[in-house]
Design a protein around this ligand. Structure first.
Ligand SMILES: *Cc1c(COP(=O)(O)O)cnc(C)c1O
Length: 415
């Protein structure tokens, strides 16, 4: 359930008609529902309340400052994967001490910046990175709290491009290297073994893989304890899936109930890093229908929204639900490909969709709150689009549509 519902054939974002918003703010337009975001955060809180925990919202799924600020106001921590994301958390008023820093390729400068901000934990992904963290901690005169990201070789059973916990992926440290590296951390005065970390993939629709990963992490936790190394948290990453089409992912309660049980006798906090499940269904992308054409075998609906605004369909072949913001009983459905203006054959938002469409209608792509705006680009010199956050009958512009000149403000002519 989200807060985008039809009343009398008109789609509403909470209490505001979507077509009123697109008239006022133009298209393409992202609309976020504040009530949905709050409900999702509270569902995660409820699912974990029986055990000490920290929710670290994954900033890369939607990095708009208003979303980050809302999460911070609800008490969330953050998972960041770059200095830019950490700076966004700061800019939005988030607490850097509730930030964990993930990513396979952090630069020395990023590590130094993060240590200077006193973040909660650096999730280290290689032995070489560990060395750099130690050097930078020494330079800064701090003890760096670290967790090793373990690659548990568990199949998240999701799309290959968003599966990260297999040996064939670039992520993490092998399980058999863990003990040796934790001993190295324990003997390094510049490092503190703060936690254990994993993130096996995204869009998981079953809790089986995360339970398998948790078992492996708890195994390592106990092995470390027997060696006299006590970490204070296990970070299980993100990955809970959402409904884009027919998927039936578990609720946070169901996803985590087995985890809570496994942790019940451990003196160890649970960290999680949800992104998609927090924001996907709290956002939609609205596009206006410009033209339609028929090539005999296909009917194309051409909108002003494209892969530059929302790349998931083009990049992963991801299915996202598309609806007309205005339903008319008399209109007949026909099979169409919904495409954008970008000069790439893969520029589509949906294929073979049953829609009734008139020119100038507003098409709404559901589930676009996660990996939508945050993955958008200016390809074809298309401006980054506007973003709105709705709360009840109020709407705030949380990102203005980019000005054309902003696209080239850092460019110059060569002499
Ligand atoms: C992307 C990512 C997440 C968030 O994953 P979701 O599937 O969006 O919940 C969490 N942790 C890490 C390390 C990530 O890279």
């Amino acid at each position: 359930m989200d807060y985008f519902n039809y009343k009398d054939g008109q789609l509403y974002a909470e209490d505001i008609k979507v077509t009123d918003l697109t008239l006022r703010y133009g298209t393409p337009l992202y609309i976020y529902s504040r009530a949905t975001l709050e409900r999702h955060y509270k569902a995660f809180e409820r699912a974990l309340k029986a055990h000490n925990h920290l929710i670290c919202y994954s900033v890369k799924s939607n990095s708009n400052l208003a979303v980050i600020a809302l999460m911070a106001s609800l008490g969330s921590g953050f998972d960041v994967v770059s200095e830019g994301e950490l700076r966004r958390v700061k800019a939005a008023g988030g607490d850097t001490h509730r930030v964990v820093f993930s990513g396979v390729g952090k630069t020395r400068e990023e590590i130094a910046y993060a240590l200077n901000e006193r973040i909660r934990c650096i999730n280290v992904e290689s032995e070489e990175e560990l060395l750099v963290v130690s050097e930078e901690a020494k330079k800064a005169g701090v003890v760096a709290p670290v967790a090793l990201r373990i690659n548990p070789d568990v199949d998240a059973r999701t799309l290959p491009a968003i599966s990260t916990g297999l040996r064939s992926n670039k992520f993490g440290i092998w399980r058999e290297d863990a003990l040796r590296l934790y001993k190295r951390i324990a003997s390094d005065p510049n490092l503190k073994a703060a936690g254990l970390d994993c993130h096996i993939g995204s869009q998981m629709t079953s809790s089986v893989p995360i339970l398998e990963a948790a078992d492996i992490m708890i195994d390592i936790y106990k092995e470390l304890l027997s060696e006299g190394i006590k970490v204070d948290h296990i970070d299980l990453g993100g990955g809970l899936g959402v409904t884009y089409d027919e998927e039936q992912p578990p609720s946070p309660d169901d996803f985590f109930s087995g985890i809570i049980e496994k942790f019940s006798d451990l003196d160890c906090e649970i960290y999680i890093e949800p992104g998609r499940a927090m924001v996907a269904n709290a956002g939609v992308l609205c596009c206006k229908v410009l033209y339609q054409k028929d090539n005999g075998s296909k009917h194309f609906v051409i909108t002003d929204g494209s892969m530059s605004d929302l790349i998931r369909p083009a990049l992963y072949g991801a299915h996202m639900t598309i609806e007309n913001a205005t339903l008319r009983k008399s209109d007949v459905l026909r099979k169409c490909d919904v495409v954008g203006p970008v000069c790439e054959s893969d520029d589509f938002l949906g294929k073979d969709r049953m829609l009734a469409v008139r020119n100038s209608d507003i098409l709404v792509v559901r589930g676009a709150g996660a990996y939508g705006s945050s993955m958008s680009s200016c390809y074809n010199s298309r401006r980054l689009c506007a973003e709105i956050m709705v709360s009840g009958d109020r709407a705030n512009v949380v990102r203005r549509r980019q000005e054309f000149s902003q696209m080239w403000e850092n460019e110059a002519l060569a002499d």
